[in-house]
Write a protein that binds this ligand. Sequence first.
Ligand code: C5P
Length: 309
Amino acid sequence: MPMRREVRILAPAKINLILRVLDRRPDGYHNLWSLMQTVGLEDELCFRLCPERAEIRLECNDPSLPTDGRNLVMRAAGLVMSRAALAVGLDIRIVKRIPISAGLGGGSSDAAATIAGLNRLLGLKWSIAEMAKLAQTLGSDVPFFFFAPTAQVRGRGEDVVPLRLTGDRWLVLVNPGFPIETRWAYDCLAAMRNRIPPLSEAIGRLSRKECISWDEVIPLLENDFESALASTHQVLGQMKAELIASGAEAALLSGSGATVFGIFRSEAAALSAQNVLRQAYGWWTCAAKANGQSWVSRESASFDPLRVG
Ligand code: C5P
């Protein structure tokens, strides 16, 4: 079968419905217990074969992202090439919609999409398990995207068990417009706590299930970074309170922030909350179905990830 010349792929954002940070491991990382879910807010990636040269070129609509070896997409592409023992020319284009360093896994999702996209473009026929293993070396959140839309994530992030989440919910993502560096957030968490609370029995029960409902998950929402960041970033608590005041069933920080998400029963309720929060505070907002379509507030004063360079 001839190789395809071009592959396009959508890379979704993720949220952490549960994020427990456990003990520090000998490799410096922490063991985690997380319930992760993809969201209908997506970056777009396009991979094109350029047989006339042997180099990989990256273009991105967001000028704040480096397009050299510091970009996780370039590292993922380099890793695929060396693993496949290939040296073919590639043009990669990214349309960035997911806010950067926002706790939404945008860079990790782009890296996973690069492995999956090149697997298809180059006809490599790698299995999901092979791709997820390769993904581990790029970052803790990357393997999850091979088991989306919903999965339990354990260990450093490499132990991923998919599960089915039943029922429909809409999310409103709210970002205050500043990034939070993950490593710094882990340091804050380590500095503030003198003991690690054990995993709850409810999480223990959840980890044995193959299928759960939104109604079961909502009472279990928690994120260890919330209390770690509460005093340095008081706006996060305000964003959460405003989401609840706008009708969210529950609201929580995603990853190590600074995005907070609210959970809504209907599209209409989510869209209305999105408009209220954007107009009142100028925060970047996005109403999105859990694993579906999204409505990003392009007019947002403080954050515009949709600018085209
Ligand atoms: O793996 P990733 O590049 O996303 O991690 C960024 C930083 O977050 C790491 O350098 C580490 O400080 C921290 N981290 C951790 N334990 C994890 C994941 C991340 O301590 N499981």
